[in-house]
Design a protein around this ligand. Structure first.
Ligand SMILES: [Zn+2]
Ligand SMILES: [Zn+2]
Length: 207
């Protein structure tokens, strides 16, 4: 069992999958999200494959347990999130290559000896945090009128269709997270477009 997401790939043989179980202390992965507590290690399976003699292809499946607040009843609950990702690492030819070229393109550079998938793991797991978390499909939420947690007790307020619907509309503390993910996506898209513009083959744009 490996407890780091840094892999020494110097001895990886061409064309042979190297498979490793991982169990990583969550402190090694900087999640830094106020709304979500990471309450377990990050577990998973990582496969490394060298191909074309120099590139290393990584396939990873990871999961972890989180605690967050239900958007309906506002109680804390625990759930497991799972993510998988694939990324290809290419040896860095020129040390002056700009850092942000490595981001969000699905292709990364490495020093040819060790590669680190902490960042990829963090991003993949964050994308699987529920934007509208509910503790259970059956969560009854809070009474719109008196605030009673209807999972725990019935209140004396009149039950109307309107109040049941309103119970769903408690402000989500995750709006900020949702915005963050949205802007990360836009950012990735604009970078992809920039790359296309900057690299026309032979300088002649296709018609
Ligand atoms: Zn709930
Ligand atoms: Zn009530």
């Amino acid at each position: 069992m490996k407890d780091t997401l840094v892999f020494d790939v110097r001895y990886l043989r061409d064309g042979v999958f190297n498979e490793q179980e991982v169990d990583i202390p969550v402190t090694q992965i900087n999640f830094e999200l106020e709304e979500v507590q990471f309450i377990s290690t990050v577990r998973g399976n990582v496969q490394l494959l060298r191909h074309g003699e120099v590139d290393v292809y990584v396939i990873a499946e990871v999961s972890t347990d989180i605690e967050m607040q239900c958007g309906k009843c506002l109680e804390l609950f625990r759930t497991e999130i799972n993510a998988s990702f694939e990324v290809q690492f290419t040896p860095r030819k020129n040390t002056d290559q700009i850092e942000d070229e490595e981001l969000d393109s699905g292709e990364r550079y490495f020093d040819g000896e060790t590669l680190d998938i902490s960042d990829d793991t963090r991003k993949a797991l964050i994308l699987h945090i529920p934007i509208w978390p509910v503790c259970s499909q059956l969560c009854a939420g809070l009474c719109f009128q008196c605030g009673t947690n209807l999972n725990e007790e019935k209140c004396l307020c009149e039950e109307t269709d309107e109040s049941e619907n309103k119970a769903l509309e408690v402000h989500s503390p995750f709006a900020e997270l949702e915005q963050m993910l949205e802007s990360a996506k836009l950012d990735a898209e604009s970078k992809t477009n920039k790359h296309k513009e900057n690299s026309p083959k032979n300088g002649t744009p296709k018609t």
